[in-house]
Design a protein around this ligand. Structure first.
Ligand code: KG4
Ligand code: ZN
Length: 341
């Protein structure tokens, strides 16, 4: 495969994002631009992402975000080899906005359109900045998903485990809300936990006796609520202690289930664990996974935080990888494709 510039568009949740990446003939990547317009302020008053507001904000900002990404990359539309956009899963209004814009760009500039599964974007995001060879074990931890996946190649994924209730990021977001910390919950909990005691509250170890690699976070959330309710007027230290206890319990649970998946992968994982998705930006979780890998002589690879959270570069890159692998979607079908919730 030769060099290709690909435009990527991501609008599945509350980030309006577009980016241009270059995939070189040797398979390496250069990120030429990565524009992300985070909508946190639009949703702040509601204590969570409001789908209708998210969709409207994407409508208002996406065109300018795409223009900015293309201009910042220093390329012309006719230099692009393809346009890629998240086609789901996500909030359907937002996905619709991004996918429709991508169809328009593809038609206007006669480019192939790559509808991308959002999870594939996260799954391959590590290869934006690292030469992570296939296969690897992926721990995908985001606001909507918590999965362990064997990534054998582009388009070749085997799910080993998933959450049976809340997603990891969702549990951070709900816990932050409960503690009155605001959004986005993950970074708020991480900041609040600094200086907190991790051993003050005995939180449960989810699915301790259950085989396999599934996750569960709703029990932790309930235990945190009960701990918080036991302190009628909490001090800053109380909040720090609860946040720290929750964070370490979540990190332990993630590491414990990941260890089981490492066992299933055996030598087939080639000893590579990749953590991706917004929650992989968390330092306590990274440290715990690092210890797990060190104990098993595995290597941990985590993309930089800005490529862990939702971004256009990972979607552009998934398109570029598919293009290089010859996995070109039927264009009539791609143009008819409806967004997937
Ligand atoms: O991957 P992402 O940007 O969007 C989804 O696909 O969901 O992940 C967002 C999630 C949110 O739940 C957010 O609270 C969480 O990632 N997150 C974190 C951190 N930064 C973002 N969770 C824990 N610690 C962080 N530092
Ligand atoms: Zn995501």
């Amino acid at each position: 495969a030769s060099e290709s510039y690909v435009l990527g568009i991501e609008t599945s949740c509350d980030d309006t994002a577009a980016a241009v990446v270059l995939r070189r003939a040797d398979g390496s990547c250069r990120i030429l631009s990565n524009e992300v317009w985070a909508q946190h302020d639009d949703h702040a008053a509601y204590g969570g992402v409001v789908p209708e507001i998210a969709a409207r904000s994407h409508v208002e900002r996406l065109d300018a975000t795409i223009e900015k990404a293309v201009a910042a990359a220093g390329v012309d539309y006719d230099q692009l080899a393809a346009v890629a956009a998240t086609a789901g899963p996500g909030l359907v209004g937002g996905v619709m906005v991004g996918l429709t814009a991508a169809k328009a760009v593809a038609l206007a500039h006669d480019l192939p359109l790559f509808p991308i599964n959002h999870l594939e974007g996260h799954a391959l995001s590590v290869r934006l900045t690292e030469k992570a060879a296939f296969p690897y074990l992926l721990l995908l931890i985001s606001g909507g998903h918590t999965q362990l996946i064997r990534v054998a190649g582009v388009g070749d994924y085997e799910r080993l485990g998933t959450t049976i209730d809340d997603a990891a990021g969702e549990s951070f977001d709900k816990t932050a809300k409960l503690l009155g910390l605001g959004a986005p919950g993950g970074p708020m909990i991480e900041a609040a936990a600094v200086g907190g005691r991790t051993d003050r509250f005995a939180l449960p170890e989810p699915l301790k006796r259950r085989e396999g690699c599934d996750f569960s976070f709703s029990g932790l959330k309930t235990a945190v609520r009960e701990a918080a309710e036991g302190i009628p007027s909490p001090t800053g230290q109380d909040v720090a202690d609860i946040a720290a206890s929750f964070q370490i319990a979540a990190a332990r649970h993630l590491a414990q289930r990941t260890e089981k998946a490492m066992g299933i992968m055996g030598s087939h994982g080639e000893g590579r664990l990749v953590a991706a998705g917004g929650v992989a930006a968390n330092c306590t979780i990274k440290k715990m996974l690092q210890q797990l890998c060190a104990a098993n002589s595995w290597r941990l690879i985590v993309p930089p935080p800005k490529y862990c959270t939702d971004n256009g570069a990972m979607i552009a890159w998934a398109g570029a990888e598919r293009l290089a692998a010859g996995l070109i979607p039927d264009q009539a079908e791609a143009m008819r494709l409806a967004p997937r919730a």
